[in-house]
Design a protein around this ligand. Structure first.
Ligand code: BTN
Length: 244
């Protein structure tokens, strides 16, 4: 992954560009931009991606997977990012299930996985990773919610070794996942999870339910036990989970 590496000074969104070129791009192509003018987050949100302040990265993957399997790659990427942040910035981060990387209760990285294909097989997957590396100030609406590696460590970090580390670690876990399935990285997801054993608010069919997250299963689903004793398996695609 990253053998084919495309670098841009400025781009609208590395995910948008990745989806555009994906049909003819080689498997494992990585796209990195210094700045995104319309960086996107989940649920159509804007992603602040100022020049030189973060890692704005997308990877194009073409595995033989169904969309149901492919969504689990978000968690594979999350595990890789936690390892890389430890390796390069020497700080512990954790995963807010399924796809936010958090330090001191604030978000430092988000992952946006998008795909195109049929019900039984994807044509391609784009995994977008945004890491706030040297951001010093966030817009008002993100204050208290977002942080950067620089704010947390008090240092300015070189983005290149961190980018390289993420590509390497992701490739390692991606291989393991393709051969042995999600169950082979389940333990790391649980170890790094900040959601497990916490109360979470789950929105199911527009209804807010509060329960306790008790496990991540072999398929990457979150197991939540509700006050009435009911146990539910939450797939990563169809709900939003918020810590309380
Ligand atoms: C989220 O937490 O909402 C996901 C944020 C994903 C941001 C990254 S930055 C690189 C890639 N390009 C985008 O436009 N978004 C993703």
């Amino acid at each position: 992954i990253g053998r084919n590496y495309l670098h841009f000074e400025s781009i609208s969104s590395t995910n948008d560009y990745a989806k555009e070129i994906a049909p003819s791009a080689t498997d494992g192509t990585a796209i990195v931009a210094e700045e995104q003018t319309s960086g996107r987050g989940r649920m159509g949100r804007h992603w602040v991606s100022n020049k030189g302040q973060g890692i704005w990265l997308s990877m194009i993957l073409k595995p033989n997977l169904s969309p149901n399997e492919a969504v689990k790659l978000t968690q594979v990427a999350a595990v890789a990012v936690v390892d890389s942040i430890k390796e390069i910035a020497d700080i512990r981060s954790g995963i807010k299930w399924p796809n936010d990387i958090v330090i001191n209760s604030k978000k430092v990285c988000g992952i946006l996985t998008e795909m195109n294909g049929e019900i039984d097989r994807v044509n391609f997957i784009v995994i977008g990773i945004g890491i706030n590396v040297n951001v010093q100030n966030f817009p008002e609406d993100l204050c208290g919610k977002a942080t950067s590696l620089s704010i947390e460590t008090g240092k300015i970090l070189d983005r290149k070794p961190l980018t390289a580390s993420i590509l390497n670690n992701f490739e390692k876990y991606y291989r393991i996942f393709l051969i042995n399935g999600f169950s082979s990285i389940r333990n790391l997801c649980k170890e790094y999870s900040l959601t497990l054993n916490k109360d979470v608010k789950v929105i199911i069919n527009n209804n807010e339910c509060i329960g306790r997250a008790v496990d991540i299963d072999d398929d990457g689903n979150l197991i939540v036990v509700f006050k009435n004793g009911e146990k539910k398996t939450i797939a990563s695609g169809d709900v939003s989970v918020r810590g309380l």
